[in-house]
Design a binder for this molecule. Structure first.
Ligand code: GRF
Length: 226
């Protein structure tokens, strides 16, 4: 195997994977990006994104985390990382629009220029999407357009695919359907269960999310959409 191919299928911890094409890393933005993150539960992508900003892998600051479930793990992570966090409990709003209007109010207060949906388990309304056109980025645990929806990892196992992965994409009205920014592939092993496969996928999610955000942001700044 020649050198460039072997590099493209070997990652830092020896998990076989592929990011293709490999974008130039360390894109810089002047001033740094002002990001907001939305998470519903665990928040590992939120934390890895914050760490990417602090290690300058991503030239940005995460100014606010929005969660919809009080006391979720993501909120604990925000407290530990000293990132402001607001709970906007969807159960208290009569419609998706009302919920999203409240979310917008908080992001506007921080002058956020881009939103990262990192495990946000609610469908967002046109109200949010149109307020931040091309500026909402989602991470999904499959190689879209395969396996849309909330059970992507189960779908991969049920369909006995041998390769799956994750996708970072721009959010559009149809769920898990916007333009793809970057993907990474991982193998599905013969005896995988959901947790094992998800763990393998999430290693790649944490790696490609900052790259996907950088790629999206080059367009935000180019088009001066603010
Ligand atoms: C990730 O697998 C992401 O792809 C999906 O939800 C999961 C969130 O994980 N949208 P975490 O909360 O970031 O750990």
């Amino acid at each position: 195997m020649n050198n460039s191919i072997s590099q493209s299928i070997k990652d830092e911890d020896d998990t076989p994977s592929m990011i293709w094409p490999r974008p130039s890393s360390n894109l810089s933005f002047n001033p740094p990006l002002k990001l907001g993150v939305m998470s519903s539960g665990n928040g590992s992508n939120f934390e890895s994104l914050v760490m990417a900003t602090r290690t300058k892998l991503l030239d940005a600051t995460v100014h606010l985390l929005v969660v919809n479930n009080p006391n979720c793990k993501a909120m604990e992570r925000a407290n530990r990382l000293n990132i402001p966090c607001v709970v906007i409990d969807h159960r208290k709003y009569s419609s998706r629009e009302q919920l999203d209007l409240e979310i917008i109010k908080h992001f506007k207060a921080y002058d956020i220029e881009g939103i990262i949906m990192a495990g946000w388990m609610r469908i967002v309304s046109d109200t949010l999407i149109n307020t931040y056109p091309n500026r909402i980025v989602n991470i999904h645990p499959s190689l879209l357009p395969c396996f849309k929806g909330h059970d992507a990892v189960e779908q991969a196992l049920t369909n006995r695919v041998t390769i799956t992965g994750c996708t970072v994409h721009i959010v559009r009205k149809d769920v898990d359907s916007g333009p793809i920014l970057i993907q990474a592939a991982v193998p599905v092993l013969l005896d995988d269960n959901k947790d094992q496969l998800l763990k393998r996928i999430q290693i790649e999610e944490h790696r490609i999310l900052p790259i996907g955000v950088s790629l999206a942001a080059t367009k935000w700044r180019e088009r001066n959409l603010r």
